[in-house]
Design a protein around this ligand. Structure first.
Ligand code: P6P
Length: 336
């Protein structure tokens, strides 16, 4: 009976990645080891996010530790956990975190061949109201074996070897691509293992949902304004799209990936480069969308072709179902 077989044949994320690795006989397992440390970080953050929410809400002793120190802000704590896990993996050489102004260059004795860019806890302002938040990460190989420089992380997103996010919501879901499709894993807390629950995710070619902060409408440029107008008042007799906007990128992107539709964080007069960060928000989510059959556009070009000049650079982003992104690309092309 399939269900029985499934229950006993547990496909954990580690086993899944080892299977993938076996397709690269030359691989020495470095990626598997790196990923296992990222997974450890996600498990820790999942537990801390759940506890912190409760501690904060009912003032448990946990809110200040036994030394009476004010509990670290969760995003600072999450950042420390990921930096320590990534350095201790011995597989990384440069880390870029949303929380750290400067890149971290790993000491030579612990250096590996990967650069990891990450937002340890994106959307953390939503914790107090229980809205899902997440960790977003992208992985590059260093350009060459020489002394690592910041140029090793200022690579276009298309050079990423892997990207993913972990969403801390009603369940803890890790979505990952290593360049051969997208797979989703859900944490089984009783096992402490991420189990394959969403094999080979493909985003629908067209969706019924658009996701944007309408509160910025007065500052939008014309192609974005025209596109959103088209979503609300379609001229071709089709039904209007629904608006879903959670305000936490991981949650909005996860829904878009599974249900289809389009997520937009456009440029506006206040922020000409939009709000979302290229390296550890735009690139990983664009990588996943392309791997799932969707696409990602900056208003000027394919998002993954962008070459960042600064590690915390921002970019407008339109990502999701292939046909929906095509529609907004046509409106930007018409304005050129
Ligand atoms: P706004 C959260 O603060 C975040 O960085 C993303 O997770 C989210 O998509 C975006 O900002 C929301 O921004 O301006 O709509 O509140």
């Amino acid at each position: 009976h399939v269900a029985d077989a499934y229950r006993t044949d547990l496909m954990t994320i580690t086993r899944f990645v080892l299977n993938e690795q076996s397709k690269h006989p030359e691989s020495r397992g470095d990626f598997t080891i790196l990923l296992s440390h990222i997974v450890l970080g996600c498990k820790f953050v999942c537990s801390a996010v759940n506890k912190a929410g409760l501690a904060k809400l009912i003032g448990l002793a946990g809110e200040t530790n036994v030394q009476g120190e004010e509990q670290k802000k969760l995003d600072v704590l999450s950042n420390e956990v990921f930096v320590k896990a990534l350095v201790s993996s011995g597989r990384t050489c440069i880390l870029v975190s949303e929380e750290d102004e400067e890149a971290t260059f790993v000491e030579p004795s612990k250096r590996g061949k990967y650069c990891v860019v990450f937002d340890p806890l994106d959307g953390s302002s939503n914790i107090d109201c229980g809205v899902s938040i997440g960790t977003i990460f992208g992985i590059y190989m260093i350009k060459d074996e020489g002394e690592p420089t910041i140029e090793d992380v200022l690579q276009p997103g298309k050079n990423m070897v892997a990207a993913g996010y972990c969403m801390y919501g009603s369940s803890c879901t890790l979505v990952l691509s290593a360049g051969r499709g997208v797979n989703g894993f859900t944490l089984d807390p009783s096992l402490g293992e991420f189990i394959l629950t969403h094999p080979d995710i493909k985003i629908p070619n067209k969706g019924k949902i658009y996701s944007v902060n309408e509160g910025n409408a007065k500052n939008w440029d014309s192609p974005t304004a025209k596109y959103v107008e088209k979503c609300k008042f379609p001229k071709d007799g089709s039904s209007p799209k629904s608006l879903r906007y959670i305000g936490s990128m991981v949650a909005d992107v996860h829904r878009t990936l599974l249900y289809g539709g389009i997520f937009l964080y456009p440029a506006d007069k206040k922020s000409p480069n939009g709000k979302l960060r290229v390296l550890y928000e735009v690139f990983p989510m664009s990588f996943l969308m392309e791997q799932a059959g969707g696409q990602a556009f900056t208003g000027k070009q394919r998002a993954l072709d962008l070459v960042p000049k600064k590690i915390h650079e921002r970019s407008p982003i339109f990502l999701g179902s292939y046909d929906d992104v095509e529609d907004i690309k046509a409106l930007y092309a018409a304005e050129e």
